[in-house]
Ligand binder design. Structure first.
Ligand code: FES
Ligand SMILES: [Fe+2]
Length: 363
């Protein structure tokens, strides 16, 4: 029976000391997806993001609002309170907060609520179906992680959401690792040749750019890609570029073409899946997915077909990561170690970067 050598275990633990883990604080200076636009309306909605309970609603003019869900008086959840015009009236003693989070009325006081009493409100930005939130200190100091294609009519798209009971770091590592496609996704979009196909890794630890490109040529495409691209039963190229865009976003860009088509006649078809993890807690994640393409623009049947097929595949990741998280919770992180392989290079670099970016939040 194999027992891992003590020195290998010690080396694994030493390497892990500089990697982001479940104990690492979140990166707050970043735009995260708070939800899909239709989720926020004239009803108060609670959602915990980056360990902070928040309440969401839209003003009468339709502007989305996010603020701390905890009344500053005695911590009553504002999400269980009442919306009155553009203000929330706390359900316990009636303190009233405006859309900026300022307390504008405290019924038990004869005078006005003192200036400066209120809850923190957060900046939101809408982009197509996505509502982004900035939870860092100060004004938003970065552009949105995804480009204009997300809101463009030239890129028809579908969305998915999973409540993932697992670490967002484990999800990011999964997305930078294409070798699991042949196994975890053997029954959906993985093919046996994916695990050993040549790949290129681009790592810029200074900028936080991590990219993995895998070229599977020739191959036969699984139905999710073969049917929409008309490549069923033909020898094809499958070129997948998987990019860590930041703590809140990862894009997977797929290019497919038939090998029987001359290079000059290949269509410029692209499929981009944006994986958008927003940590809920250290061990649970709001997993948003926006899946778009730049062809068959007016064909909703293609959208529906790919969405249905991808749901099966992404559920395989959700199921796998959930099982891992459960096992780690039962084992205890201090008692475990993990061995990394050369194919984990991009994921390890990403975790080193996240570790360095981690911020201890101000309350
Ligand atoms: S707890 Fe909100 S007003 Fe008292
Ligand atoms: Fe996967």
């Amino acid at each position: 029976m194999t027992q891992m050598a003590e020195k290998l275990i010690a080396a694994s633990r030493k390497a892990e000391a500089r990697l982001a883990t479940r104990k690492t604080p979140f990166v707050f200076d970043c735009w995260y997806v708070a939800g899909y636009a239709p989720e926020f309306g004239r009803a108060l909605r609670a959602r915990t993001l980056l360990g902070r309970p928040l309440v969401f609603y839209r003003t009468e003019s339709g502007k989305p609002v996010a603020m701390s869900d905890r009344c500053v008086h005695r911590s009553f959840p504002l999400s269980q309170s009442r919306l009155d015009g553009d203000t929330i009236i706390c359900g316990y003693h009636g303190m009233r907060y405006d859309a900026a989070g300022d307390c504008v009325e405290a019924p038990s006081l004869r005078e006005q609520c003192p200036r400066g009493v209120g809850v923190r409100a957060y900046a939101l930005r809408e982009q197509g179906p996505l509502v982004w939130i900035w939870m860092g200190d100060g004004e938003p100091a970065a552009d949105l992680p995804l480009g204009d294609w997300v809101a463009s009519e030239s890129w028809p798209a579908s969305q998915q959401y999973y409540h993932l009971p697992a670490s967002y770091i484990a999800l990011h590592e999964n997305l930078l690792d294409l070798t699991h496609l042949s196994f975890l996704h053997a029954n959906s979009f993985g093919t046996p040749d994916f695990a050993t196909a040549p790949y290129e890794v681009h790592i810029d630890e200074e900028k936080g750019h991590f990219r993995l490109k895998r070229s599977v040529v020739p191959t036969r495409l699984p139905p999710v890609w073969a049917e929409p691209t008309g490549l069923t039963g033909r020898d094809a190229a499958r070129i997948t570029t998987s990019t860590f865009v930041g703590p809140s976003a990862h894009t997977v860009n797929g290019v497919f073409y038939g090998l029987d088509v001359p290079e000059s006649e290949r269509p410029d078809t692209q499929i981009i899946t944006a994986h958008l993890p927003t940590p809920e807690t250290a061990t649970s994640t709001h997993y948003f997915i926006h899946h778009g393409r730049n062809f068959a623009v007016h064909d909703p049947a293609v959208t529906a077909f790919m969405n249905k097929q991808l749901e099966v595949a992404f559920m395989e990741d959700v199921t796998g990561l959930t099982a891992i998280e459960k096992l780690i919770a039962e084992t205890g992180e201090d008692d475990m170690y993990e061995v990394s392989l050369s194919s984990d290079k991009a994921g390890l670099a990403m975790r080193r970067w996240l570790y360095r970016q981690a911020q201890v939040p101000k309350l």
